[in-house]
Design a protein around this ligand. Structure first.
Ligand code: ADP
Ligand code: MG
Length: 352
């Protein structure tokens, strides 16, 4: 025939598979930071310290005081589809950030990854990968918790390297990820350090664990992250409809912004991007704001895991509600109610 050879089907090796998967999970340094900090939160950490150099391109380090990984489990933690968070029989009932078991192997495929860990009452061990090749597990020194270090992200995938933006832009994206996760975890201390050039570096963001009940703690945390003006203009939201609860803070219309930067929705503690949410906010503030102004709100929606699918995208920033109309209706009515009450209070104060 034509002389061209019939293509042969081959099974890809593990390193290639991980590199392909990494393309979806790890878009840029900030997505690596998100995966690592979510792992620390899942591990029950009370203090999470993130360092980066050169916008995260040369170094990302996450230190936590969570439950740790035992030496025997380290090779598994680095392997694909290995997770301690679900048993696979119940994909509908997910209570942790992670469950795919993809982050660490993906990061190990696109950078030089080292994990040191020490669960309570055990010895400390370390493992590393480079170019998808796993080292053996070795003893190391560590007093507790876990340190994950990712160096030279995308060194093995030059095409991806080219798509990275300036150090400044990548650092900004890391900052946004940390602040977003910190909003939902007010009882955890977060420290972000720029260690470009070595040494102790410079603290770029710090939020110490807040004390008090969850509402007070979240209010204090939002003051830290969004500023005093937001905190002083924020109305408490606490509502429920058909088993879905909505809590958080929505700002008075007077604290509107020129963009949607101060709109944050968390579904079961997970930060999500959702058009429904943006639409619901617009609806709630319709009578109070012109179209070019954007309301500010940080809201936490809690719904039984079976009523929302978080397994839409590997980065899990999208969700699918089984009953989007209920969620939307709840957001609109809860905010309208809070705004009406605030308006009422304001007008009676004036009348008296
Ligand atoms: P997933 O989070 O989806 O389970 P990962 O690849 O992110 O997958 O992590 C694999 C496993 O490694 C986790 O299930 C967990 O058991 C363990 N692990 C990862 N990071 C940490 C950490 N910081 N502290 C304790 N265990 C961790
Ligand atoms: Mg994970």
């Amino acid at each position: 025939n034509s002389g061209s050879e019939r293509p042969v089907i081959k099974q890809l090796d593990e390193a290639a598979i991980n590199r392909i998967a990494a393309g979806e999970v790890v878009e840029r340094p900030a997505s690596a930071v998100k995966e690592l900090v979510e792992n620390a939160i899942d591990a029950g950490a009370r203090r999470i310290e993130v360092s980066y150099a050169d916008g995260g391109k040369t170094l990302i380090r996450v230190v936590d005081d969570g439950c740790g990984i035992s030496g025997a489990d380290l090779p598994l933690a680095m392997s694909r589809h290995a997770t301690s968070k679900i048993d696979g029989s119940d994909l509908l009932n997910i209570h942790t950030f992670g469950f795919r078991g993809e982050a660490l192997p993906s990061l190990g495929a696109v950078g030089r990854l080292t994990i040191k860990s020490r669960p309570e009452g055990e010895e400390a061990f370390t493992i590393s990968t480079s170019g998808g090749e796993q080292s053996t597990v070795k003893p190391t020194a560590l007093s507790g918790g876990t340190i994950v270090e990712l160096r030279d992200l995308f060194y093995a995938t030059p095409a991806r390297l080219k798509f990275m933006r300036t150090d400044r832009a990548e650092a900004g994206a890391i900052n946004d990820v940390i602040k977003k996760l910190a909003m939902a975890e007010p009882h955890v201390t977060f420290i972000l350090r720029d260690v470009s050039g070595g040494g102790e570096g410079r603290v770029v963001f710090r939020a110490d664990a807040e004390i008090g009940d969850l509402f007070d703690a979240i209010h204090a945390r939002l003051r830290r992250i969004l500023g005093a003006e937001f905190a002083e203009n924020a109305l408490l939201i606490d509502a429920e409809r058909e088993g879905i609860t909505l809590t958080g803070y929505a700002a008075l219309p007077t604290y509107s912004r020129g963009s949607s930067v101060a709109q944050h929705l968390f579904v079961n503690g997970r930060p999500v991007r959702d058009k429904m949410f943006i639409g619901a906010l617009r609806g709630a503030y319709m009578d109070f704001l012109s179209r070019d102004r954007h309301p500010a709100a940080v809201l936490f929606l809690e719904v039984e895991p079976t009523r929302v699918d978080v397994n839409v995208h590997p980065a899990k920033s999208e969700v699918r509600f089984r009953e989007p109309a209920i969620a939307r209706g709840l957001i609109v009515s809860a905010i309208r109610h809070a705004l009406a009450e605030a308006g009422h209070r304001a007008s009676t104060t004036v009348a008296n």
